[in-house]
Design a protein around this ligand. Sequence first.
Ligand SMILES: N[C@@H](CCC(=O)N[C@@H](CS)C(=O)NCC(=O)O)C(=O)O
Length: 217
Amino acid sequence: MTITITAFERSPDGGKGLARDTRVRWALEEVGQPYQVRLVSFRAMKEPAHLALHPFGQIPTYEEGDLALFETGAIVFHLAQRHAGLLPNDANARGRAITWMFAALNTIEPPILELQTVKFLERDKPWSAERLPLVEDRIRDRLGQLAVRLGDAAWLDGAFSAGDLLMVSVLLRARPSGILNAYPTLAAYVARGEARPAYKRAFEAQLAVNTREPSSG
Ligand SMILES: N[C@@H](CCC(=O)N[C@@H](CS)C(=O)NCC(=O)O)C(=O)O
């Protein structure tokens, strides 16, 4: 069955791989599933056809036959459940890998997103300069704790899993701020994720979209 995901027609990051279709592309590459991409403009994302797939008018979405999903955590989990390569077979190890998926999205990603909000959406507010260090400290607290848990291991719990895929994806969004560099083991962990052939294919695919010449038609 053909898998179709949606992605930005032009990502605001210009192809740095920070838009969330990259993590879905990465998961698809890890499990060896071919996929098609439907590119959507910001305007189209808010129109009824896209809202029927994604109630919040965002990307990415995932369609496979009569199944339509949104939320990257759900999409990655769906792929990991159906295909080998992203979740261990042992029930307890699987539970722990799923725990890391939630930790990435529920515990690590929120303060990182908050930083983007402060920097880009709230920078003209009079309280923005005061709020910035507070949000940065919240990120540092979490990254410090995560670095302690990772220790000198390659991945968070044994073999690479969907938990690592989401954690690396989330940490990548903190890299532009420079905060990640203060945690060399986490920076190395992210680099290990980026070195995976499946990540490279996913990154190149989204880059190709974002660096192509605009069509004249
Ligand atoms: N929690 C959602 C977040 C989706 C999301 O924020 N998508 C961004 C792109 S990375 C988006 O579509 N932004 C445009 C908008 O919200 O209008 C997920 O993980 O899928």
